[in-house]
Design a protein. Structure first.
Length: 400
């Protein structure tokens, strides 16, 4: 009797699972049993990997900052707590791999999978609980990565900048260029975007824009130019404070009209340029919406190198949560092998697979940053290759 293609079997079994769940609003006894076996190692792995990640990846460096750079202990503790969401997001996919590999490995070594298959349950049907669990963890990973991690990382970097005056490439921006547009209604009723202000600063130190030049247009003509040594946003009075500069007024024909030097002057300009300077974050300190908005500005500025970096990072951020599905399929497939697998062997195999997967992701991401492949391919190709590998393993073991 010819074998049915593996994808069709998975789709069929998943459809049966969803229909049974929709009809009864409850899981079958087999699904509940496998799910309970998966949950405990998953929660344990998340806690263990998160703690080890924070301790190994950041605790030593933070201790050096406390001892050598006199970082206050309270701020160091705050940074440590702020780093927990990031390592938790990394721990979730790894935990899916560990929990599925160990759970299905135990079920296989105890001959429980053989008993299920002897009752006519296919291996494709047996891994459905693992797939559903990995999809749920994918959603949790996405929410943590988008809603918590960027803000926490940004706050942690802000503490280091404030207390240690550390330089960060996305915080200490140079050659800041920001065009400010306004919507105008034309005589025919159509709306058009017109340039209102053009800001250019040589540097931003986190509070002040240095050597700032502002060009202002009025009714499609250059109206005035403001040049100052520094400027900052005054949040209390909702205005700009300019220091040590000159305000040049222009005639309607764009010729020089008059110059007005000043030591301090307040101008009611848009806050958007200051917010743009503050937005100078590392891609991992922005959520997808913030990064997309920043990319539009980079495209307008013509900064192709930084634009490509953000394009690749956005695709990687979108693809990252789905690593849970990849690891869920691979882990449950490998765990279902007929050979007995100890916990130590399962843990070691998980480490090797995870290391190989992230190494592959790093190499493919580097190709994207260099422009050799598209940003979409750079973000999603590791997941595609991982699913192909997991599908092959599943098919091989299911038909053996």
């Amino acid at each position: 009797m010819p074998l049915k293609p593996m994808p069709m079997k998975v789709i069929r079994d998943l459809g049966c699972f969803v229909r049974s769940l929709w009809g009864t609003w409850s899981l079958s006894l087999m699904d509940r049993y496998i799910a309970t076996q998966l949950i405990n190692p998953l929660l344990f792995s998340v806690g263990l990997v998160s703690v080890l990640g924070v301790a190994i990846g950041y605790l030593s460096d933070l201790a050096d900052k406390v001892v050598d750079s006199n970082l206050p202990l309270i701020q160091a503790s705050e940074i440590l707590l702020l780093k927990v969401p990031e390592f938790t997001a990394y721990a979730l996919p790894i935990s899916v791999m560990l929990s599925t590999l160990l759970t299905y490995g135990r079920l296989s070594s105890d001959s429980e999978l053989i008993a299920f298959r002897g009752c006519g349950v296919s291996l494709y049907r047996l891994i459905i609980p693992a797939v559903v669990m990995s999809l749920l963890v994918t959603g949790v990973t996405f929410l943590v990565s988008e809603l918590v991690v960027p803000a926490a990382n940004y706050r942690a970097t802000g503490i280091l900048v404030e207390y240690l005056q550390e330089e960060h490439p996305y915080w200490q921006n140079k050659d800041i260029f920001y065009p400010d547009y306004e919507q105008v209604v034309l005589p025919n009723g159509e709306k058009e975007k017109q340039l209102k202000h053009l800001f250019f600063a040589e540097k931003f130190d986190g509070q002040n824009l240095k050597n700032l030049t502002v060009l202002e247009w009025l009714e499609n003509r250059l109206n005035r130019i403001v040049v100052s040594d520094s400027a900052t946003w005054n949040g209390q009075e909702e205005t700009w404070d300019f220091f040590n500069g000159t305000l040049y007024k222009l005639a309607p024909d764009a010729s020089y009209k008059e110059a007005d030097p000043f030591e301090h002057r307040q101008l009611p300009l848009s806050k958007a340029a200051f917010e743009f300077a503050l937005q100078g974050r590392d891609p991992y300190e922005m959520n997808i919406i913030q990064a997309s908005q920043y990319m539009r500005i980079l495209k307008m500025m013509g900064d192709d190198k930084k634009l490509r970096t953000f394009q690749v990072r956005i695709q990687q951020k979108l693809a990252f949560p789905f690593i849970c599905v990849v690891f869920g399929v691979i882990g449950s497939s490998l765990g279902s092998t007929p050979q007995n697998m100890s916990r130590a062997t399962g843990f070691g195999l998980s480490v090797v697979i995870i290391f190989a997967y992230y190494l592959l992701g790093f190499l493919i991401g580097s190709l994207g940053l260099m422009g050799l492949i598209s940003p979409v391919l750079a973000g999603w190709l590791p997941n595609i290759l991982g699913l192909v590998m997991g599908g092959y393993l599943l098919y091989r073991f299911a038909e053996s």
